[in-house]
Ligand binder design. Structure first.
Ligand SMILES: [Zn+2]
Ligand SMILES: [Zn+2]
Length: 346
């Protein structure tokens, strides 16, 4: 089969490799249909690592995917050949303390698609996954929508962690795909006032179409000052989706006393800092967000019942052979890109 491999910093090749086989009776074999390009894939592409996870070339890539079941293991119960599924890229062990307490996303023995040393990647013609990681999608859902279910589930999970009440005032710092998914999830969950920022005006335009109350570009506006003018008491929640020291500092400035910052962005550096006296005096809560937990099914439901419309999120389409172009586009934030999609199956 054909698969995309990272072969160095900003290097990628489509290579021929042996297709995977079902070795565990709980697994299914998928024909990969569509893969979304994620910021974390691009992180590995441009820097060769995320924290302690370092690429070993050639390295698999891609994890946000949807496909069609083409074979099932003997113990597979729900899924049948021909069914279309959205994939949760996480392969949990199922028996550690985290898995047993409903925290599969922090499983101590987890493998995640295309994480170095853990699992193969989704940017390949075929993929083997445990049945439990595959979610059947309704006939009305497109493969492209299904490939965006995983990032949407992260937005949904972050929104649920916040436990926001109707009337909440929130700021989303970084309106890329994840920030926009937080916006979609928040809008669908309750009446709230949303302040959204980003360095790209095209993304702010999407945020506005998705119901942001106010948007601002830090290149042109002192966003902290502007939001504080509109919300002199501060906001209840900040969703930090950029992974930058600057946005972490803005988060603390924007929050009201007792507010929460949800840290979703992945910093390129190993350490970040906070002004401890502001954190302390305001009694700010820091909530890290590790991907998502048990939000895939809800995400599918919210899209299929029309509560959430993903169409504005997907801006660019590529074939498997064009995967490098897709990664370069996302890495360089060119052409107003929000979510780039690779169509693996023609
Ligand atoms: Zn992702
Ligand atoms: Zn586990």
């Amino acid at each position: 089969m054909k698969a995309a491999f990272l072969t160095g910093i900003r290097q990628m090749e489509i290579r021929e490799t042996a297709p995977p086989e079902i070795t565990d009776p709980h697994n299914v074999l998928l024909r990969v249909g569509v893969v979304g390009v994620c910021g974390s894939d691009v992180h590995y592409y441009t820097t060769g690592r995320i924290g302690s996870l370092v690429c070993e070339y050639p390295e698999w890539t891609g994890h946000e995917c949807a496909g069609t079941v083409v074979a099932v293991g003997d113990q597979v119960k729900r899924l049948k050949v021909g069914q279309r599924v959205a994939v949760d890229p996480l392969i949990p062990c199922g028996h550690c303390d985290q898995c047993l307490s409903g925290r599969e996303h922090t499983c101590r023995n987890q493998a995640f698609l295309a994480c170095p040393g853990q699992a193969t990647g989704a940017l390949a013609e075929y993929l083997v996954m445990p049945e439990r990681s595959c979610y059947a999608i309704p006939d009305t859902m497109t493969m492209v929508q299904a490939a965006v279910i995983e990032p949407l589930s992260i937005g949904l999970y972050a929104q649920r962690l916040a436990q926001m009440q109707p009337g909440a005032k929130i700021a989303i710092l970084g309106s890329g795909p994840i920030g926009l998914c937080v916006l979609l999830a928040s809008r669908a969950a309750c009446d709230c006032t949303v302040y959204a920022t980003d360095l790209l005006d095209e993304r702010l335009a999407v945020a506005q179409r998705y119901g942001a109350t106010w948007t601002g570009n830090p290149k042109e506006t002192d966003v902290v000052r502007a939001i504080r003018e509109l919300e002199p008491l501060g906001v209840d929640f900040v969703f930090e989706c950029a992974g930058q020291q600057e946005t972490l500092d803005q988060s603390v400035e924007l929050l009201k006393p007792g507010g929460t910052v949800l840290m979703i962005g992945i910093p390129e550096v190993d350490r970040v800092s906070f002004s401890i006296h502001i954190l302390r005096r305001k009694e700010i809560r820091l909530q890290n967000v590790r991907r998502q937990n048990q939000c895939m099914a809800s995400a599918i439901e919210l899209v299929s019942n029309g509560a959430i419309n993903l169409d504005q999120l997907v801006t660019h389409h590529f074939s498997l052979a064009e995967t490098k172009r897709a990664f370069d586009l996302v890495a360089d934030y060119r052409d107003g890109v929000v979510k780039a999609i690779v169509h693996v199956a023609a």
